[in-house]
Design a protein around this ligand. Structure first.
Ligand code: ZN
Length: 247
């Protein structure tokens, strides 16, 4: 049975002479493993569409539980990533995280949309790569069940938090007066970094990269978004270590 599906190629592994085994993210069925037979052969109809970090429309043939790509059309190649080694490496980290948070058989259009928007922003250099990464990390946590509560101090309920402190394990923000009530160590948070985090968590999907930040608050945001993701998912990512070496 043939079907067509849109798919973001998260990972491709060479298999045998000229095949590729793909891990892809689809709107309807979440994460899927597909085989692209002959994708590496000259003149293959699926070569370009089955490259890592490409968004494609794939024709898939299903037989006895095995799904094979017969052809593919590239919808978005994110060309800018292919011309920039460091940006590509960061995109590979996004892909590794997406693979970790996605499930087979469970489609999540919001996650796929965030992935596409983030790769697009990266490939067009719409913002500092570190800020795109921070927005991707925090927004992804927000839409996959790890939403931080940045609205008010959980002790006094104050929303205008003047000297905020971030509590990583729970994603909560304590005010300066209440910080001693936090059930563990808290990290100082610049008000501008808090404003940026609120923007990333609460704004419309297409607007999450539309903020600017410089200096110390920017460094705080970058560090905290990464640490928040690592803390919530309780693991590291080899592609992140690699990006840090080559950026
Ligand atoms: Zn308080």
């Amino acid at each position: 049975m043939y079907e067509t599906t849109k798919a973001l190629i998260l990972r491709e592994v060479r298999y045998k002479e000229s095949d590729r085994i793909l891990t892809v993210l689809t709107p309807g069925e979440g994460k899927r493993t597909l085989k692209a037979r002959g994708a590496l052969r000259k003149g293959s109809k699926s070569a370009a569409a089955t490259q890592q970090l490409t968004f494609s429309e794939l024709t898939v043939f299903e037989n006895r539980g095995r799904a094979t790509v017969s052809e593919g059309v590239v919808l978005e190649a994110f060309e800018g990533l292919r011309a920039d080694f460091s940006a590509f490496a960061l995109g590979c980290y996004f892909a590794e995280v997406l693979e970790a948070v996605s499930e087979e058989g469970v489609g999540d259009e919001a996650v796929l949309q965030l992935a596409l928007n983030s790769l697009y922003a990266l490939s067009r250099s719409l913002s500092d790569p570190g800020l795109i990464k921070a927005a991707f990390e925090l927004r992804l946590m927000t839409i996959t069940g790890y939403e931080p509560d940045l609205s008010v101090c959980p002790v006094c309920g104050e929303g205008q938090i003047e000297s905020p402190w971030f509590f990583l394990p729970e994603g909560t923000v304590f005010c300066g007066r209440c910080r001693s009530h936090a059930p563990g160590g808290v990290t100082p948070l610049h008000p501008d970094a808090l404003a940026a985090m609120r923007h990333i968590v609460y704004s419309e999907p297409k607007r999450i990269f539309s903020f600017s930040l410089t200096g110390e608050p920017m460094e705080q945001l970058k560090t905290l978004c990464e640490r928040y993701l690592m803390t919530q998912l309780d693991r590291g990512f080899s592609a992140l270590d690699y990006w840090k070496k080559v950026k």
